[in-house]
Write a protein that binds this ligand. Sequence first.
Ligand code: ADP
Length: 243
Amino acid sequence: MIEIKGLHKSFGNHEVLKGIDLKVEKGEVVVILGPSGSGKTTLLRCLNFLEQPDDGEITVGNTRVNCNHVSKKEILEIRRNTAMVFQLYNLFKNKTALENIMEGLVVARKIPREEAEKTSRQILAKVGLSEKWDAYPSQLSGGQQQRVGIARALALNPEAILFDEPTSALDPELVGEVLGVMKKVAREGLTMIVVTHEISFARDIADRVIFIDGGVIVEQGPPAEILFHPREERTKQFLKRML
Ligand code: ADP
């Protein structure tokens, strides 16, 4: 489904990703944990070519690219199959919840408006926001805005959704509703890669937890193992600060 081999990325002379190898199966929910600055966001952004990797090979579905000579067409193909949910919801301020979800379908996918609206309304219902279809982002809470952000990603029907700290900008009382929607999506069998500090989400929902530090995967395994019986000292220290 998704395979990353030997992924390297530097900013100037700061090497942020030092050779990441990662395979994610269809329907798998992978949670990436790690200290701030360890390269988690850069990894997600490289996977989606929001950052251009320096070296490595990325496969998403049937598209395999060598990061050294990747074409625009291949990048579009990869983006088509991976939707990103950002920390800050990045919604269009001058569009309603429904229009925000329809936008990608109509503009990028060239789906007729009527059909795009029908799909978007179904997905708004899935994230529990049917009644808010004509609300603008400023009229929604942070949690509701992020649920629209997730709906927008779901509407594109991607092979995988990449979540970049989707709850870290939210007030604590709004985190639960967003995690609830993510749990529901996970149970429906969507492939998800989630960067988060929410240990409870990792414990309850992840099939696999990956701990990253200093641009390398330090260890990975089932949540019960990595969260409660880590082998590596760096993972132990990190979790001690989190729990
Ligand atoms: P994490 O998501 O684990 O907190 P990031 O991937 O955001 O870590 O960042 C890893 C390192 O790369 C940090 O030191 C950060 O400052 C640096 N970095 C990230 N993006 C850029 C950029 N566009 N330009 C320069 N440095 C960057």
